[in-house]
Design a protein around this ligand. Sequence first.
Ligand code: NAD
Length: 495
Amino acid sequence: MSIGHFIDGKRVGGSSERRADVFDPATGRRTGQVELASAADVAGAVDAAERAARAWRDASLAKRTAVLFAFRELVKARRGRLAEVITAEHGKVLADAAGEVQRGLEVIEYACGIPSAVRGGFSENVSTEVDSYSLRQPLGVVAVISPFNFPVMVPLWFVPVAVACGNAVVLKPSEKDPSAALLLAEWFVEAGLPDGVLNVVNGDKEAVDALLDHPGVKAVSFVGSTPVARYVHQRGSLAGKRVQALGGAKNHMVVLPDADLDLAADAAVNAGFGSAGERCMAISALVAVGPVADALVAKIAERMTRLRTGDGRRGCDMGPLVTAAHAAKVRSYVESGVEAGAVPVVDGRDVTPDGEADGFWLGPTLFDHVTPEMSIYTDEIFGPVLSVVRVGSYDEAVDLVNANPYGNGTAIFTNDGGAARRYQHEVEVGMVGINVPIPVPMAYYSFGGWKSSLFGDLHAHGADGVSFFTRGKVVTSRWLDPRHGGVNLGFPTQT
Ligand code: NAD
């Protein structure tokens, strides 16, 4: 199957000379080839978006919300189909894929309320018979560049809000799982979105660079690994664009001695191994404080014996990794952890998957006695590898988390409200869970990390999303009445 682009309201293909293979990670078989856009392909998409943006910015809020409501109904009715497409190219289990669609739907629902979100302010008589009011206006054409791990949710973090705010979008999905984005674009048009308001160009670095350099693109929302996020932010900013670039993560879960250990163990397993650890909010470092470690590790290991790794369509708990290369990379981290002296309590290399032999398998892996200089601790592995770091006190735990260059998500497990409150105050991380392992904010809050997990100022969706996709304008207005004072060259001081 050849996977092309979606430009000006229709699927197009055949124009791009370069292609990449797309795999079903659970079988290891190639299922298609995706076209990799050239700079000329990208320019064609931006042209279509620029034409569409001129009319779309003037579409009434009523028209825009009508499209969003219709789109929401289509995605809701077809969520099962979308989940199947996600599983076929990403590998995550169907229930997890359905959960991803649900989180995306919540952003569409938030964008249905755009009239309230873009409402300005009005002040009467800021000076005598002078009024002031504020507006929020769209930017024009914006680019959204997304990673492989959430082929539906991450595009939906941005596209509904951007479109609702009156922008046109060029979306560049990951070349590893490109099909879901094309369905979303088709369904948006079916819901009444005018042609060209949402375009999808598939591709790799060449397409990304073309978007970053194109003068017609006014803003870039990027999600991916930290080195690429940093690069996108720098190159896009140099080109004069507004950029929000969300990067990688190393999320810590701190377990205090007074925590409910069964709750903490369940949470560690869910957050460590869900989606095979390929989540930017996955827990990869478990910080066991004081005497808690032995019992906690035993409870986690016991739960891991019940996890079934296999084909996401067979009711398993955890699917394969996304590509053979990524599986090999994660496996090499497990090897380096063993070599460095960490204790492999459960070794995922021994897994017997419920799936075909050529799938990209690695089972859930638990390391104990991990120390902060080991690569399994310092690096974002992005796989099903959970590292337990033992510390002596709460203060040591906070210092460890705050010394980490990433600051996406974190969680603390405790029954002490005072300790939890202190942690939320002291920790240098953008999203904090208290007895909640994956604290992903709802759509009406904003999603984003600190430090090397986000370059730029504004987070995704919620109020930050609306700010990102609009420009503020303040109007000061006077309608002269017959009593006006005539010419006065002084600075206005009238009260
Ligand atoms: P990636 O950085 O390899 O790719 C992300 C996007 O950038 C893709 O569209 C890809 O085509 C493009 N790209 C890749 N290399 C590029 C280059 N050299 N120059 C320009 N563009 C390039 O990331 P990935 O492997 O697809 O996704 C996993 C990463 O994304 C992890 O690091 C994960 O933590 C991160 N992520 C972060 C968040 C967040 O909210 N902070 C959410 C999801 C994923």
